[in-house]
Design a binder for this molecule. Sequence first.
Ligand code: ADP
Ligand code: MG
Length: 583
Amino acid sequence: MKKGTVPPDRVRLRRLAEKALGEAADGNDDLSGQSPEEIASLIHELRVHQIELEMQNEELRRTQEALETTRRRYSHLYDFAPVGYFSISEKGMIEAANLTFASMLKVDRGVLIGTPLSQFILNEDQDIYYKHRQRLLETEAPQACDLRFVKKGGQPFYARLECMLLNNKGEDSREIRAAVSDITETKRAENERDNLQAKLFQSQKMESIGTLAGGIAHEFNNILTVIIGNNELVMEDLPAWSLVRENAEAVRVAGLRARDVVKQLLLFSRQTDQKKMPLQIGTVVKESLKLIRSSTPANIGINQHIAEDVAPVFGNATQINQLLINLCSNATDAMIDVGGAITIDLGNHIIDEASSTANIALSPGRYVRLMVGDTGHGMDRQTLDRIYEPYFTTKAIDKGTGLGLAVVHGIVEKNNGALSVESSPGKGTVFTILLPAYEGSIEQEPETSIVLPKGHERILFVDDEPAVSKIMKHRLEKLGYEVHGFTDPSEALAIFSNTPDAFDLIITDMAMPQMTGEQLAAAVLKIRPGMPIMLCTGYSEKVSEEKAREIGISSFVMKPMDKTDFAVSVRKVLDETKGTTQE
Ligand code: ADP
Ligand code: MG
């Protein structure tokens, strides 16, 4: 109960008592002026009121206690709120703060009171704070901003401030109240999302560059075939003593280098057909490293750690090989001047739910991890940002093509894996590749998993080059065919004219000195029309597929022939012409 609000009843009573006492002091100390009834009644009334007063007193105490409890509850709510609270003066001095805010900053609350808030804000973000305060004072409207506070010990954290201005003390001393939430997690998630976005853009860019590069590479392949082929023809005709030979040789070397570049480009743009199969990646890597070791300078060591139990992957050995060669040659380039070591690490790796959200590119599961590290000069941020771009190179024009890592990137993507790099100037570089482990069983050896089409037909094979004739006879026999090999076309023709039905197929080279494949084919077809004939030509021979068909030649293959393609072509010709031949 507040002062000055004594009930009127009590006021009257007090007056009465005072009057009676006053009269007593005037000589009537026995209150003789009052009748005994009057005095008794007065005393009774006074007692009643005394009791009443005591009751009110008691109530007051209880109210006070309740008030104290409420106050305690609110200050507890304030102090231990999930967000930090503070109040500052217009000048920025901290006037009050809750314990949450103090513990966010890892200081005692006492340290905060009377200290400028700016002392706890990261230097780089002071500007944000001042502008924010200024705006708040100017507009008097609630404002929010994000800035970094610094904890005791120097560690910064991101916070969101939501502030309002209070005018309760009058115009000259306004008060700013703020709620502070730690948004480090949110910021981290935002950064991650931005990174992912950037990665997405990057891979989309790579995708379109890949398509473009693929088109160019195909075009180039054709042009290069003409250049290399014609140059070879020129060289064949040049006498050994000719000075022009040297120039022609330079053209050949450059041509071959260009062909390698195109090959890389095609690989990068994924336009080469690379069959995938279950692979014992440990074996592939070991084999690859044998080759790499032999071409790595002596001042660079190679350490390999290949886990015995490394899981198989579903991929292509040539691609894995390419990948390692590219990474190791970059590592070598980075150490060539001072020497150093390449470390290859191959082992199993598990991605669980938690690490999958951290690295959204991969879903949880079993992976194989291939790490290629070096102790070379490393890379700065600017270089790192561009290394996967095709044609990005920091090397001399005759040293780098800028395609190595673009190819690595393409291969890893195509295998649903992930590629990351850690590097800093002078600290070396580590590339880490994760490839999904192959979950199926792997009984077959990689080589035997391609089933070559076979047969038992009788084949007459003609090539004036004894070595080629021998290899091809061997190849065909391994497929089950019965082969008669000749190096002289006239001899082959003689045998054929004697026993034209003893053969199911003739395979002949085109360019032979005594008789061309075309002439042989014409003679054979005269003897036995419809005889299946396969003509093998090099790039420089002017026989088009139409021309060959016009003569009556069943099939036309380009040299050099791939083992698989060759077996398939042979089988195809035999199957296609089966109906027209006499067996
Ligand atoms: P290239 O080797 O032809 O330059 P890459 O695509 O293989 O092309 O590499 C691109 C660039 O990345 C290199 O020029 C080099 O600057 C940098 N780089 C790649 N690997 C490494 C490494 N291991 N150490 C230092 N720098 C590297
Ligand atoms: Mg390279």
